[in-house]
Every structure is written in C-alpha cells, then in structure tokens.
Design a protein around this ligand. Structure first.
Ligand code: NAI
Length: 243
C-alpha cells in the first residue's frame, strides 16, 4: 500500500519541492496552503493527471483548530498518515529594538506554535498506528543564531528542542521525530535579500553556492522515509556553512 504524507505549507518553496519529491516516490500527498490556493490547485492537477493521489487543504498553522482539522482530513482521505512535515514558517530581519510585541507573537505563533500543534495532533494518530515519522523544518539560524533575526532564530532553536524532546517521548511508540536545519536556500523567503547579499552568503558557503529546494526535499525525504534508526536528530543541508 502506498504511504501517505501531509506537508504543512506545501504550495511553494521548500514545501512544494518536498511535495513533488514525495509524489515522485509514490506517496499519497496532502499539502496545506495558507495564501497560495491557486498554486496548490495547479500542483494537484499536475500530479493527479499523472496518476498520483494529491489533496490540498487550506490551513493557517497559527490555529490549532485548523491544524487538527488538516490532520483529520488527511487521515480520512488516506486511511493513515505515515509522515508529517512541518515546513510552514515566516522570517523577518529587524534589530531587536524594532521588533514589536505583535512581530514577536506572530513569529512564535507561526513558526513554533504551528509546529507544536501539528506534532500534538500527529502524535495522537501515529501513536495509535504504532508507526509514523515527523520532520520539522528548523534552520541553521536555530543552531547558530543570526544577527537581526532574534525572533526567527529563537523559534527555530525552539523547534530543535521540541524535536529532541518529542523523539524521546514517542520513540517507544515507534514514532520518529527529526528536523532539518537548512542553510540559505533559493526561495521567496530570501527574495528581500539583494543580489550582493546572496552572493556574500554563497561566498561564505564552502560549496560556493546557496542551496536548492530539491536538496532540502531530499534530506526531508531521507529522514521521513529511509532513516529507520534515526530519531531526535538535526540534519543540516547547508553546503558546509555550519559544521
Ligand atoms: P516560503 O516563504 O516560500 O514558504 C513558507 C511557507 O510557509 C509557505 O507555503 C507559506 O504559505 C507557509 N506559511 C507561512 N505562514 C503560514 C501560516 N500562518 N499558516 C500556514 N502556512 C504558512 O519559504 P521557504 O524558504 O520555502 O520556507 C519553508 C521553511 O523552510 C520555513 O519554515 C523556513 O523558515 C525554512 N527555512 C528556509 C530557509 C531558506 O533559506 N529559504 C533556510 C532555513 C529554513
């Protein structure tokens, strides 16, 4: 029987590449979208036209009700849920003195509470199944911290702590929990960086370039599908910029 995956924030960037990669590997795929409903529907048309099973679910990850509902809809469509990928996230560059209470709460709610809600909801399903794998998307800035990204770095570090703790809690139920911590990847999230800033980041990277969404998708797939004896780990596809 084909395995199934739910990818939060799957309509663009790393999430879309991950959805396509899992679909190519024969998974039944559910993605959530927040604003990019049109892009999600186009992906659905393309994949179902090639015989794949693909559903799209609107979901704002800052709402635990919507996250629970997304998990329920995926389980009801596929009968079970083998993997959940917590990819939805936002970034913002500001001096800490410019970060408002609203900015801070929005970052926490989206990047950290969203992952918490999805892990809590997925845990209920996967513990029942006695099987499953969760992959959370952190960042190298969650490992090292980034200047002018205090809020973002804090949420991404929080995801690493959450992942390690949950791996211990769910391991006895045969549920694995890992995270990826990508380096700089070519997506809309970095569209506010000018060409010079991106070139500097590429220069600082031992492999001499920034990464692609497909490279992160492969790392996520490895952790979700192949890494049978790996849990509580951080895999960082980053070109060597953080070792
Ligand atoms: P992106 O901006 O293209 O994608 C972000 C996704 O999160 C979108 O699908 C968006 O709809 C979704 N999202 C944002 N707020 C949401 C909300 N409230 N509810 C539901 N979905 C929401 O950027 P990218 O680069 O593909 O980011 C994906 C993940 O990778 C994020 O968690 C990001 O922090 C992480 N990351 C990205 C890196 C990069 O250099 N692009 C590096 C390290 C981590």
């Amino acid at each position: 029987m084909a395995k199934s995956v739910l990818i939060f924030g799957g309509s663009r960037g790393i999430g879309a590449a991950t959805a396509l990669y899992f679909a190519e590997k024969g998974y039944k795929v559910a993605i959530t979208y927040n604003n990019s409903g049109y892009a999600a529907k186009i992906m659905q048309q393309n994949i179902t036209a090639n015989g794949g099973e693909f559903i799209v679910i609107p979901c704002d990850v800052t709402s635990s009700v919507q996250v629970d509902s997304a998990i329920k809809q995926a389980v009801s469509a596929f009968g079970r849920l083998d993997a959940v990928i917590n990819n939805a996230g936002i970034a913002e560059q500001k001096l800490i003195t410019d970060v408002t209470d609203t900015d801070w709460q929005k970052m926490l709610n989206t990047n950290l509470s969203g992952v918490f809600y999805a892990c809590r909801s997925a845990a209920k399903v996967m513990v029942n199944q006695k099987n499953g794998s969760i992959v959370n998307v952190s960042s190298i800035w969650g490992i090292t911290g980034a200047s002018c990204e205090v809020a973002y770095s804090a949420t991404k570090a929080g995801i690493i702590g959450l992942t390690k703790a949950l791996a211990k809690e769910l391991g006895p139920s045969n549920v694995r929990v890992n995270c990826v911590a990508p380096g700089v990847i070519d997506t809309e999230m970095n569209s506010n960086l000018d060409i010079g800033a991106l070139a500097d980041l590429a220069d600082e990277t031992p492999l001499g370039r920034i990464g692609t969404t497909e490279e992160v998708a492969k790392a996520i797939y490895y952790l979700a599908n192949d890494a049978d004896f790996i849990t509580g780990q951080v895999l960082s596809p980053n070109g060597g910029i953080v070792v």
